[in-house]
Structures are given as structure tokens and as C-alpha cells.
Design a protein around this ligand. Structure first.
Ligand code: BEZ
Length: 212
């Protein structure tokens, strides 16, 4: 099934390295990053899961739960986690879905037969507390993802969700942001942006990052 931005992330119950997970129940009122990798015991994936584990506090600060997925079975995930911890000097605390029967991979369109008929692609879904998909990305198997970039996207999405601003090209935390074009009422503008804003063009209004 092709999933698009704004779609509800499909619910499922599947085994994981931490036991059976019912996805929507597990999500609760958190944001989530659901990411698939081609296979356990592969070099790029080992570094990716290590990088994610090291960012645990950053995800927690943003109310984001991480969950990984491949078609390898639970025992494989459990053995591999020991290798990740050892080689990446970390402690993987998030679950890895064991999608041996491809139930979740089918729901999320994670097997792309022209890339591989057996392995899941390197995809990412960012899901909001309403269970809506807010970002999708698919990387080649040979390219590890930039998890700092994913945190940057989460920060941007949360600024939009909670502060009515968007983030310009190459925005980094702490830099000026853009007021959503839908906000035009002067009273609302004054209330939401007490630090003021600069109108470069009527459609381009810059304001200091509201949550700083
Ligand atoms: C991997 O580590 O997952 C990988 C590396 C090179 C090609 C394909 C996969």
C-alpha cells in the first residue's frame, strides 16, 4: 500500500525484540519515528541503529518514540543488538520489529521488488500523536541516514504544529522562522509572535523562533 503524507499510519500487532507490539497502543500520545533497514548484521544498519540509540535523550525531549523494523526474526534482532551495543558503544533501548511474515512491510510498502525481493528498503516514517504520517523518506541500501537531519525535521514539524511557523531552507535550531501564510489576523499575529516579525514580502514574514 502506498502511504502518503496525512494518511493514518496503519495499525498492526507484530513481534519485536521487546515482545509483541500493538503499534497504535504503543504510540500512545507520542510522536514516532518508524524506520526500516535491509537486514540485521549489516554494516550500515549497525551504525544507523547505534546512532539512533545515542540520540535517545534527544528523541525523549521531543516526545518521540523510535522503532526499527526488518524481516529478520526476534532471535536475530536480539543477537544483533549485542553487536550494536558493543561496536557503537551504546545501549539500544528501542524495539526492533521482527517482520518475518512481512505483515508490516506489506502495510508500509517496504519491499521494493526492483531493489530487492527479500529485504526491506531503508525507509523512514515520522508519525504525529494523531497517528498521521508527517514525513516519508526512502534511502538506498548503501547510504546510511542522517539522524540529526531527522531530528531537524521533527523540530520543524513540531514548530508548525505548536507555534504556527514553518522553517526556511537549511534552517537550524535557533534561527529565524517563517510565519504560516494562513495567519493574517493582526491580533493573532501580535499574540502568537510577541517578539515581533519582519515583513520581507507580504507572503514572507520572518520571526525569531518562538520556543527559544
Ligand atoms: C548495509 O550495510 O545495510 C548495506 C551496505 C551496502 C550495501 C547494501 C546494504
Amino acid at each position: 500500500m502506498t502511504l502518503r503524507l496525512g494518511d493514518i499510519a496503519p495499525d498492526f500487532t507484530q513481534q519485536s525484540s521487546q515482545g509483541a507490539i500493538s503499534f497504535h497502543e504503543w504510540l500512545g500520545d507520542s510522536w514516532a519515528i518508524l524506520f526500516s533497514h535491509p537486514a540485521d548484521y549489516t554494516p550500515v544498519c549497525t551504525t544507523e541503529l547505534g546512532a539512533t540509540a545515542k540520540l535517545a535523550q534527544e528523541f525523549k525531549k521531543r516526545n518521540v518514540k523510535a522503532i526499527a523494523l526488518s524481516v529478520d526474526p526476534v532471535e536475530s534482532h536480539q543477537g544483533w543488538i549485542k553487536d550494536i551495543n558493543e561496536t557503537q558503544s551504546t545501549d539500544v533501548q528501542f524495539p526492533i520489529i521482527a517482520d518475518a511474515d512481512r505483515k508490516v512491510s506489506t502495510l508500509y510498502d517496504l519491499i521494493h521488488p526492483n531493489a530487492s525481493t527479500t529485504a526491506t528498503v531503508r525507509s523512514v516514517f515520522i508519525i504525529d500523536p494523531h497517528k498521521k504520517i508527517r514525513l516519508t523518506l526512502t534511502y538506498p541500501a548503501s547510504t546510511g541516514r542522517n539522524f540529526n537531519e531527522l531530528l531537524r525535521v521533527i523540530d520543524s514539524l513540531q514548530l508548525t504544529e505548536y507555534h504556527s511557523v514553518a522553517t526556511p531552507a537549511n534552517w537550524e535550531d535557533g534561527q529565524d522562522v517563517v510565519i504560516l501564510p494562513s495567519i493574517t489576523d493582526p491580533v493573532v499575529l501580535e499574540t502568537k509572535f510577541p517578539k515581533g516579525y519582519k515583513t520581507v514580502k507580504p507572503y514572507l514574514r520572518l520571526t525569531p523562533q518562538p520556543n527559544k
